[in-house]
Design a protein around this ligand. Structure first.
Ligand code: PEP
Ligand code: MN
Length: 339
């Protein structure tokens, strides 16, 4: 349930309600909005004396949270959450459509630095690159691991771009948190609940990718794990789901963008690279995602896609990325956003 405070409630009055909520054995999350504060109370509400809460000074009303995900729900927070990160304070969830771009994997220092400068020049807000890769085959390239993180850090230092990289396991959270500005939870790990709880304690924003066989509700409940563990900075990323269709690597269901905006206040990204698996479809689906209201895009860009070690078919080259960015800007402006 949510305790809605009247506009103008003081910090002490909010704290008084929080103390009462804790006395009833519930967990509290206060959300300070522009005109009022609400306190979401999570736990067994049968233990609560609703009258005592209703009577507390400056409490306006108490309403149940109907969605199974509580903190991620728009019932708790009507305003859109903006998440900022990196050396230049890039923001996702605001008026600007943010583009995170870079190779699927960090392959070498030269490769990453070259692409880092190219995507920066074209207008990206952050650099992506996997140092630990979730590969279908155990014999495939698994990433440069710690060396990859050092290369990403050098790219940040040279370009000022924020760094986004995947955290594959709980054992690597500390080292990835030390280097990255944003941690990515890959699609395969969306339901790895102990890992979600661990990134919930890391203090950095998290991009949570949708599992290829998960429903929107399961996706939002996975986000709830991270928030409930103490980290409200969750960015959702649709990256395509597995269907019977096989002319694409995954089916990219863009209706989830407006649907998520209805259900949650969290920013929504679209990844048309994994979402289609084909370089030729990346730009058109990026434009469609922005038109549908996406807050940002996650795009795989490689200096020489034909020779990429991972995901060669879907990475676009520097020239294609730069051309795409101009069109993204035009569509963003056409739908009332900035780029
Ligand atoms: C990636 O971003 O390179 C990646 C592995 O994505 P996903 O987890 O969506 O497959
Ligand atoms: Mn990839």
């Amino acid at each position: 349930m949510i305790v809605v405070m009247k506009p103008g409630a003081t910090k002490a009055q909010v704290q008084h309600v929080i103390d009462l909520v804790r006395e009833f054995g519930l967990k509290d999350h206060a959300i300070v909005g522009t005109d009022r504060t609400v306190i979401a109370c999570i736990g067994d509400k049968r233990a609560v004396d609703k009258g005592a809460l209703e009577n507390a000074p400056m409490v306006e009303k108490i309403v149940p949270i109907l969605a199974p995900y509580k903190m991620a729900s728009r019932e708790v927070r009507r305003e859109r959450t903006q998440i900022s990160f990196g050396p230049s304070g890039a923001v996702l969830g605001g008026p600007k459509v943010g583009v995170i771009a870079g190779p699927c994997s960090v392959e070498s220092r030269e490769q990453l630095l070259e692409t880092a400068h190219a995507v920066k020049e074209a207008g990206a807000m952050a650099l992506r690159g996997g140092a630990w890769k979730p590969r279908t085959s155990p014999y495939a390239f698994q990433g440069l691991h710690a060396k990859g993180l050092e290369i990403l850090a050098e790219a940040r230092q040279q370009t000022g771009l924020a760094i986004v990289t995947e955290v594959l396991s709980a054992e690597t959270i500390d080292v990835v948190t030390e280097f990255a500005d944003v941690l990515q939870i890959g699609a395969r790990n969306m339901q790895h609940y102990p890992l979600l709880e661990a990134v919930g304690r890391c203090g950095k924003p998290v991009i949570l990718k949708r599992g290829p066989s998960s429903t929107m509700e399961e996706f939002l409940l996975a986000a709830e794990y991270i928030i409930n563990a103490g980290n409200p900075q969750v960015i959702l990323c649709e990256r395509g789901i597995r269907t019977f269709e096989d002319y694409v690597r995954n089916t990219l269901p863009l209706a989830i963008v407006p649907a998520l905006h209805e259900q949650t206040h969290l920013p929504v990204l679209v990844d048309p690279s994994h979402g289609t698996g084909h370089a030729a479809y990346v730009a058109p689906m990026s434009l469609a995602a922005v038109a549908a209201g996406a807050d940002g895009l996650l795009i795989e860009v490689h200096r020489d896609p034909e020779h990429a070690i991972t995901d060669a078919a879907q990475q676009i080259n520097h020239h294609a990325f730069s051309a795409m960015m101009k069109r993204v800007k035009a569509v963003a402006e056409a739908v009332g956003r900035e780029a």
